[in-house]
Design a protein around this ligand. Structure first.
Ligand code: SF4
Ligand code: SF4
Length: 94
């Protein structure tokens, strides 16, 4: 994998679901409620800002990082071979 995390926090503001795994009626239902498609990366994106995200004077941090409440999905996010990269993500800069 190339690039690196610039701690923009954008991946903490969306729930990405692989488009290929979604039934058409579910996709339609979610899009009527604000979800957006990213066909380039193959995801349906549900806007959702994580309650643990802290934005303070330009500093982005996670309130539960380094605690036993830190989700495995967040800890392994960059380790997934295929993961959603929001606009501005440091892993898009190759
Ligand atoms: S738990 Fe922390 S790293 Fe995971 S989405 Fe929320 S703010 Fe981001
Ligand atoms: S979107 Fe990319 S650069 Fe931004 S915090 Fe998430 S992994 Fe890091």
């Amino acid at each position: 994998m190339t690039g690196k995390c610039n701690r923009c926090g954008e991946c903490c503001k969306v729930i990405p679901i692989l488009l290929k795994g979604i039934a058409p009626e579910t996709k339609e239902w979610l899009m009527a409620r604000g979800a957006k498609e990213d066909t380039n990366q193959g995801y349906l994106l549900i806007p959702h800002v994580c309650q643990q995200l802290i934005e303070n004077a330009g500093e982005i941090t996670c309130a539960i990082h380094d605690t036993d409440q830190y989700p495995l999905a967040c800890a392994r996010y960059h380790g997934f071979g295929h993961f959603y990269k929001p606009e501005g993500c440091g892993y898009l800069k190759v």
